[in-house]
Design a protein around this ligand. Structure first.
Ligand code: AMP
Length: 342
């Protein structure tokens, strides 16, 4: 019997509930400090307790997972806690293409894949001396927006960078990636690509609430100016959004271009399973993509009972977690499991 497993964080509840609904055994790798939380949910069949998620790199835990015939569903916590090489070295089957996670974590590879997808992307700024407009400084990997800051000049950049160094958040310039700030309404577009039926499904949209930047609007301008605080972009939660229907055509087109580009650039299977294009719509309805996630995003947690878009495709509640489990079920039945795990 195959079990579906994931790390206890991020979107674990949604993933395991979806797996249970599709008839799988479910397994959670759980840090001891979170055991009480996850024991509350009866759709989790087995909990493997660890001190740290990195313990699954040890043979002892890997064997336990293999004994349970586990397929691991990767999410943002896996990426933020392990290096790309460590993830690639995991011997347990991982849903999707684990090799594409490196393209998510490495800013230069990320940019290359977005360019190959013919997405409209913000200009990157190779050197702080070239900052002369509103610029966002971001950390590498899935940092969740922590330690990001806005700047408009080299002098201001250096002050803020030094502040982060003193706080121990970064080591130096090489930990930061500079990108032109894109103005508009943020939207995080959630997709699922099935290699089994060669089809792209659009699942939904979320917006992120990031602290402290999203709280700034509640503070009047004179007080904002007098407070000496560098606002961060740390994700706290997500809220739903639906788009003007006239924007949907391009949503599908962007997703398809991304899947096609990944097929060319990222062996062996390109972009399979869930992914997200992240950016902003400007006043003309043009989307600028500043990021992608090559795996399930936590914004899908909004739609455990389905989204306004999944309702058009499925006559049943379909979460992203459940869609993943369904893909595994179909692949197993058709003898195509190699197409959906790496
Ligand atoms: P990221 O880690 O790239 O997803 O960025 C975290 C947050 O920073 C995003 O959710 C946005 O609020 C903001 N952000 C990142 N890049 C840009 C950009 N180029 N322009 C505007 N906002 C951005």
């Amino acid at each position: 019997m195959t079990s579906i497993g994931t790390l206890g964080s991020h979107c674990a509840l949604q993933v395991l509930k979806g797996a249970k609904d599709e008839g799988f055994e479910t397994l959670l790798v759980c840090e001891k400090k979170r055991e009480r939380l996850y024991r509350r949910f009866n759709f989790i069949d087995k909990i493997i307790l660890v001190e740290s998620f990195r313990d699954i790199l040890e043979q002892k835990y890997a064997s336990q997972l293999n004994e349970q015939n586990t397929i691991i569903i990767p999410h943002g916590t896996l990426i933020s806690q392990m290096t790309s090489s460590e993830i690639e070295s995991i011997k347990i089957p991982i849903f999707g293409n684990k090799w594409i996670l490196r393209w998510e974590s490495d800013r230069m590879m990320k940019e290359k894949l977005m360019i190959e997808s013919r997405l409209h992307i913000p200009k990157s700024i190779p050197n702080p001396t070239e900052i002369n407009d509103l610029t966002i400084a971001k950390r590498h990997g899935a940092a969740g927006g922590k330690g990001y800051f806005l700047t408009t000049s080299e002098k201001d950049y250096k002050e803020k960078r030094d502040h982060l160094i003193n706080q121990g958040i970064i080591k130096g310039d090489s930990d930061l990636y500079l990108q032109e700030y894109a103005f508009g309404v943020s939207a995080y577009l959630q997709y699922f690509y099935s290699p089994i039926n060669n089809e792209l499904e659009f699942f939904g949209i979320d917006r992120r609430y990031e602290s402290d930047i999203d709280g700034l609007g509640r503070i009047p301008a004179p007080q904002q100016i007098s407070v000496d605080k560098i606002p961060s972009f740390n994700v706290i939660g997500n809220s739903p959004l639906v788009l003007r229907e006239s924007l949907l055509e391009e949503v599908y087109s962007m997703g398809e271009r991304f899947v096609e580009a990944a097929k060319r650039l990222v062996p062996p299977v390109g972009m399979t399973g869930p992914f997200c294009l992240e950016g902003v719509y400007n006043e003309d309805g043009q989307f600028t993509t500043f990021e992608f996630s090559a795996r399930i995003v936590a914004g899908t947690n909004l739609y455990v009972d389905g989204s306004p878009y999944t309702a058009f495709m499925y006559n049943e509640p379909m979460s992203m977690g459940r869609r993943i489990a369904r893909e595994i079920k179909i692949a197993k039945k058709d003898g195509k499991i190699a197409q959906v795990v790496t």
